[in-house]
Write a protein that binds this ligand. Structure first.
Ligand code: NAD
Length: 410
């Protein structure tokens, strides 16, 4: 019976009369496609108070953005993000562009009375992130909401891990171990895309992967990173210039080369506010690791372990069990009682990367309807940005311990 209800639930349209939430999205490549999937699907899987309407998508090339609109399911196309923000049928602006444009678009959208979803990292600098938080606070007083796209919080296993930690199942935390490993930069012929230039990306593996690692650590533990000791390295210092355009982690190289101005890898140790010790790694040079975000938490009462490459699973060790039979056991996080699973498939049928964007859209729509601040908020994004800045400062001094400024508990 439950199986039949779940099968019927996935794919059903919103009930007639559900008010619409017009979405306008800037950028339509990797994240644009993922967010489109989220907006298209959320209202067909979950009961939402507002039905997302894919009102308009924005890019800079008129023909390419029209093609993307048709492919991804958007009603209209714009070639200037200011025109997108000004549209009457857009109530929420979704920013899926590189970090150098996040602050300008987000602040303009908030000042124009729109809700905002902005991809991570929130900005390229702490100063930009502070301006975004100030704009979000002013907008909140007018009933608008602003969220940053740390989507890994919305992997059901991660959300469930957070609830186990919050319930005290691990007791006092001692170790927080987070490694975000990819290998798409190993080839020195990979071109100099925007991700390898400081002026567009802010930083390299640190801002791209390290931002996710820090946010997930702070979310899972409910604690702030208080200070760090860091090393960064750029292994390949010169790469072919980009020939044509790039999308996501793809692009072709020209014959001329240019300097890589961001880190290829960042490693750092950290102190958490409670005294727990953290170890972090973010790299695009971990040969054989494609998108492996590994987390392990060790507490006095037990441990939790998770790997994004096996995202339906959570490993849990309960220290109170008899030593002879205790050990990590695998929890398949696909039960209807697990976070987000009420709308999906029968137990064991598994979710993937794209579902995190559906969950993100779901949670944001609820926050818009309720007029409450969604999590992760722009303030959460700023907290991550401050940790990234401390990592860069520490690395510049060859790993001198550097406190995170103005850090409060999350
Ligand atoms: N949450 C995640 O898992 C995740 C994964 C990848 C990227 N990201 C983040 O998403 C953002 C975008 O990354 P991506 O991988 O989608 O990049 P991408 O290169 O695939 O796409 C960037 C898009 O932005 C457009 N764009 C750039 N400047 C623009 C402007 N001024 N006006 C309109 N469009 C503009 C480009 O044309 C392109 O469509 C970055 O902040 C990145 O860190 C998040």
């Amino acid at each position: 019976m439950r199986e039949t209800e779940q099968e019927a639930a996935a794919g059903r349209p919103a009930p007639p009369g559900t008010p619409r939430l017009g979405v306008g999205m800037v950028g339509y490549a990797f994240m644009g496609a993922a967010h489109s999937q989220g907006w298209r699907t959320a209202g067909r899987v979950f009961d939402l108070p507002l039905q997302p309407q894919l009102a308009a998508v924005c890019g800079r090339d008129p023909e390419a953005v029209r093609t993307a609109a048709a492919k991804l399911g958007w009603d209209a196309a714009e070639t200037d993000w200011r025109a997108l923000i000004a549209r009457d049928d857009v109530q929420l602006v979704d920013i899926c562009t590189p970090g150098d444009s996040h602050a300008e678009i987000a602040v303009a959208a908030l000042e124009a009375g729109k809700h905002v979803l902005c991809e991570k990292p929130l900005a390229n600098t702490v100063e930009e992130a502070e301006a975004m938080v100030a704009a979000a606070e002013r907008a909140a007083a007018r009933g608008q909401v602003a969220m940053v796209g740390f989507n890994y919080r919305r992997v059901p296993a991660a959300a469930y891990a957070r609830s186990l930690v919050a319930e005290g199942r691990l007791g006092r935390l001692r170790h927080v171990r987070v490694r975000y490993l990819q290998d798409w930069l190993v080839d020195p012929a990979f071109p100099l895309t925007w991700r390898l230039r400081k002026e567009s990306a802010g930083s390299g593996a640190l801002g791209d992967l390290g931002a996710h690692a820090v946010d997930l650590a702070q979310y899972l533990t409910g604690e702030a990173v208080a200070g760090v000791s860091a090393l960064t390295e750029t292994f390949v210092k010169e790469r072919p210039l980009l020939a044509g355009s790039s999308s996501g982690l793809r692009g072709a190289g020209a014959t001329k080369t240019g300097p890589v101005t961001v880190d290829d890898a960042a490693v750092f140790t950290a102190r958490f506010a409670s005294g727990a010790l953290g170890t972090f790694e973010a790299t695009r040079f971990a040969t054989g690791r494609k998108n492996s975000l590994q987390v392990e938490l060790n507490g006095e009462l037990g441990s939790l372990a998770f790997d994004l490459e096996r995202l339906n699973e959570l490993s849990f060790h309960d220290q109170s069990e008899p030593a002879a039979t205790s050990g990590f056991r695998r929890i398949l996080v696909t039960e209807p009682d697990h976070p987000y699973l009420e709308g999906w498939w029968p137990p064991g049928h598994g979710l993937g990367y794209d579902h995190t964007f559906v969950h993100q859209a779901r949670d944001l729509v609820h926050a818009v309807a309720a007029g409450t601040s969604p999590a992760p908020s722009f303030a959460d994004g700023l907290r991550v940005q401050r940790v990234l800045a401390a990592v860069e400062e520490s690395a510049a001094k060859n790993a001198v311990y550097t406190p995170v400024t103005d850090q409060e508990a999350t």
